[in-house]
Design a protein around this ligand. Structure first.
Ligand SMILES: Cc1cc2nc3c(=O)[nH]c(=O)nc-3n(C[C@H](O)[C@H](O)[C@H](O)COP(=O)(O)OP(=O)(O)OC[C@H]3O[C@@H](n4cnc5c(N)ncnc54)[C@H](O)[C@@H]3O)c2cc1C
Length: 400
């Protein structure tokens, strides 16, 4: 029987592993195998809200989102299918002077990166989004280029693209071990046998901690937390537009238009971290109350869809991109870690492209990723980097 070999094995067929396989094939990798314990996209990637925000709190976040947005915009031409990206604009709401001061500092950094973001006062925010109660806010930062994708369609888009690129997708095939010889990976072990390879990308979503621990080293600190989304019934005032999306940073409440109504989401940072897919109805009531304060007309709307899924996060809210560590915390040859830090819709394709670049060439020009590796965390998961301030409020630890 011929040996099962690959130029590159990618573990995880979410948006990171899926797009990384397409980019790797485009970069010249001849035999690319993608393994998934379940089916493509069945993790967070098909359950997300689809918000694509370039208004990040760090230069890294801005660069990753801008690259990703440009990618989404060019997808139809490149692959004949898209991820459903539409331009909506995004308001990040400010409620007091401190919010306003932080916003102006962020804007300066974003504009230096080339982002067309700006300050709008409360009246202009309400002009852009007439259903917003302008008395509640002091203003907002606004970026007209931001938008949203349709997450299930993104799964379809990368699945079509990877098949067209000749990638070998193996679903229901968990990676159970790594074969390591002389400080380098030589294969990925599955229940169906071992795929011999010198290059591996680990893209296991919320399972990334356990997956990266297959190196014998410390698993990367990727946590999981319940994240809830609900969609309201339609209303004529919400069916016009496009209306900009909006985000309240302190509570993590955000929303966007969806089928003539509003899709909104929020995490509960007080909840213990861990995988959770059941709806927490009490928390959902809290979210609805806050949404009703900010957009009073939503109080009269019903809910027509509600779901909860486990969202991935990292302690500093930044992606993890770089060589996996072995038991001695030394880089393990040939194994690249790729985690989007809970921002897989807004950063996913850029993170995937960097992962493919690093796996094949050791460097990437998407953005400076040299400081994003797993070696930035100590044994307790504490990062050497400053936390990105524009993120959902997650629990402060990633759990055990
Ligand atoms: C409710 C919700 C809303 C969200 N909203 C947004 C949003 O609006 N904007 C945004 O940017 N992000 C959002 N996110 C986050 C985003 O969805 C994730 O960051 C992204 O989908 C993660 O992609 P991934 O490929 O890393 O992981 P996943 O999509 O979870 O895929 C990982 C895959 O790895 C596989 N796997 C794990 N271990 C193994 C193994 N040992 N062997 C084989 N396969 C394995 C799993 O089966 C899984 O299919 C949201 C997430 C949730 C849950």
């Amino acid at each position: 029987m011929p040996q099962d070999t690959a130029d590159l094995v990618i573990v995880g067929a979410g948006t990171i592993g899926g797009w990384a396989s397409v980019f790797a094939a485009e970069l010249g990798a001849r035999r690319v195998v993608v393994l998934d314990a379940g089916t493509a996209g069945a993790g967070a990637s098909s359950r997300a809200a689809g918000i694509v925000r370039s208004q990040g709190g760090t230069a890294t976040a801005v660069d990753l989102a801008r690259w990703t947005t440009a990618f989404y915009r060019g997808q139809q031409e490149r692959y004949g299918i898209d991820s459903g990206f539409r331009t909506l604009g995004y308001l990040i709401l400010a409620f007091d002077e401190a919010d306003g001061a932080a916003a102006r500092e962020r804007l300066a950094m974003q504009q230096e990166r080339g982002l067309d973001s700006r300050w709008v006062d409360a009246a202009e925010a309400a002009e852009l989004l007439p259903v917003l109660d302008e008395a509640r806010i002091t203003g907002a930062t606004y970026c007209a280029e931001d938008g949203a994708i349709d997450p299930p369609r993104n799964v379809l888009a990368y699945t079509v693209a990877l098949k067209a690129a000749g990638v070998d997708l193996r679903e229901r095939t968990a990676a159970t071990g790594l074969r390591i010889e002389g400080g380098r990976v030589t294969g990925v072990v599955t229940a169906r046998g071992t795929v011999a390879t010198e290059r591996v990308i680990l893209a296991g979503g919320v399972g990334q901690g356990a997956l990266t621990a297959l190196t014998g080293g410390p698993g990367v600190p990727v946590g999981g937390a319940r994240h809830q989304i609900a969609v309201t019934s339609p209303h004529t005032a919400l069916a016009t537009g496009p209306l900009p999306m909006a985000f309240e940073l302190a509570t993590g409440l955000y929303w966007r238009q969806e089928e003539g109504g509003i899709l909104f989401g929020m995490s509960n940072p007080l909840e213990e971290p861990g995988e959770a897919r059941e709806v927490d109805w009490d928390n959902l009531r809290t979210i609805r109350t806050r949404l009703g304060e900010l957009m009073p007309l939503t109080r009269e709307l019903d809910l027509r869809r509600v779901w909860a899924a486990t969202i991935d996060y990292t302690p500093d809210h930044l992606p993890i991109l770089g060589p996996a560590l072995d038991a001695a915390r030394e880089p393990l040859g040939g194994v690249t870690v790729a985690s989007p830090g809970g921002h897989g819709m807004m950063w996913g394709p850029a993170v995937a492209r960097i992962a493919a670049d690093l796996a094949l060439h050791g460097t990437s020009d998407v953005t400076d990723a040299t400081f994003l590796g797993p070696d930035r965390f100590d044994e307790h998961g504490a990062s050497t980097l400053a936390t990105d301030p524009i993120a959902l409020p997650f629990p402060e630890t990633v759990g055990s």
